[in-house]
Design a protein around this ligand. Structure first.
Ligand code: NAD
Length: 362
């Protein structure tokens, strides 16, 4: 099959959907890849690396299957051929206009963030691969912004105590943040409402914060559920007390399909040490801290609150490399002997296919 890879045009987006290594792998599987010139330039993959891997440089929008990172612009959607396949993090479930448009244009579209969290889909799981990058980068941002060093240091000028880092929400991004902060030498603790997480946190050398009458909430598919108002208030009180002596708090809590839960109130921030840093990875979905402003840093009572958006795009080489492997595995799942084979009884296909044969499937 002919696979097109355009240059991403969303503001700040530096990733590319396929990297040369995977182009080679797809070539061996019998696919031809067409790259838009400069598609990988910002992620460290110039055109010549793609051509060396067997890609052609040309118009990616004319291809039978187009792989993207983010939702294409309306002008680019115009250039897709009727009957083409579109694969990417399209956020189709929250974009009814896009969904209608793709259905009207006869595009078979797959929204990769809808992949089920099942073992079979792990190698295609774009949420996990990109959350791994975000969790790592959140710690790097915190270390850069903090007025302290992270590790303990015994020097001729005296002994420095290690920084204390608290990670709230220990899913994929949170566990990576714990591992990264530990590698930098911080003393790390973490909190989550899913009880299963305690062991994972401890296996990374961090302490799991225990509440009296632990608040727990486990939904389907390994995700958390929204807490009741009473449980939420107890959590807020517990966290306000827990963040008082922290140097860094990294928040990653999310509930699928809902606004991110508030974990840090204004009062909790006001109780923190001056110079402390909050990195709110949930900034794009409303923020875990009441004071977060997405895309910017805000200072309140001497505490710096960072609300970074699209962190994976700030580490574009490795983020693209992982995304590309996810996409190539997904393409391998869909295409057999050069033909699109759609089995809607298959969990992966059923969950991700958002438009087909002129109809929206959500
Ligand atoms: P997520 O981004 O939806 O949420 C991040 C974390 O926030 C979760 O650990 C969640 O429990 C936590 N959280 C939610 N509300 C909270 C609150 N009020 N207070 C504290 N923490 C709160 O999660 P994710 O990183 O996408 O991972 C969710 C689950 O899916 C995990 O169990 C993970 O192991 C699992 N998973 C499975 C696969 C697979 O099998 N293919 C792949 C990836 C993840």
């Amino acid at each position: 099959m002919n696979i097109g890879v355009p240059k991403e045009t969303a503001p700040g987006e530096r990733r590319v959907a396929l990297v040369p290594e995977t182009v080679g792998r797809l070539g061996k599987a019998g696919h031809q890849v067409v790259i838009e010139t400069g598609a990988g330039a910002e992620s460290g993959f110039p055109d010549d690396l793609f051509t060396a891997a067997g890609a052609a440089i040309g118009d990616p929008w004319a291809a039978e299957l187009v792989a993207v990172v983010q939702e294409p612009s309306a002008a680019h959607l115009d250039r897709l051929t009727r009957g083409a396949v579109l694969v990417g993090m399209l956020k189709a479930s929250t974009s009814p206009d896009l969904l209608r448009r793709l259905a009207d244009d006869g595009i078979t579209a797959f929204s990769l963030e809808l992949l089920p969290r099942i073992t079979r889909a792990q190698s295609m799981d774009v949420l996990s691969s990109q959350a791994t990058v975000a969790g790592y980068k959140a710690v790097v941002l915190a270390a850069e912004a903090a007025p302290k060093l992270f590790p303990m240091m015994v020097t001729a000028a005296g002994t420095l105590a290690p920084a204390k880092v608290l990670v709230l929400g220990a899913g994929v991004a949170g566990l990576q943040a714990i591992a990264t902060a530990r590698r930098l030498g911080a003393v790390v603790s973490a909190f989550d409402v899913r009880p299963a997480v305690k062991e994972q946190v401890e296996s990374l050398g961090a302490r799991f914060l225990a509440m009296e009458n632990q608040v727990t909430s486990e939904g389907t598919g390994g995700y958390a559920k929204e807490l009741s108002a009473d449980q939420h208030q107890r959590e807020l009180d517990f966290l306000a007390a827990s963040v008082r002596d922290m140097d860094v708090v990294i928040t990653t809590a999310a509930i699928p399909g809902k606004r991110a839960p508030i974990l840090l109130t204004r009062a909790a921030v006001e109780g923190m040490r001056p110079g402390a840093i909050v990195v709110d990875l949930a900034a794009e979905s409303g923020g875990n801290c009441e004071l977060t402003q997405a895309g910017t840093r805000r200072d309140h009572h001497g505490v710096g609150i960072l609300g970074p958006v699209n962190l994976p795009a700030s580490v574009p080489l490795h983020a693209s490399q992982m995304y590309s492997r996810n996409v190539a595995t997904f393409v391998g799942h869909l295409i057999k002997d050069g033909k699109l084979v759609l089995d809607f009884a298959d969990e992966i296909t059923k969950a991700t296919c958002v438009t087909h044969e002129g109809k929206a499937r959500l």
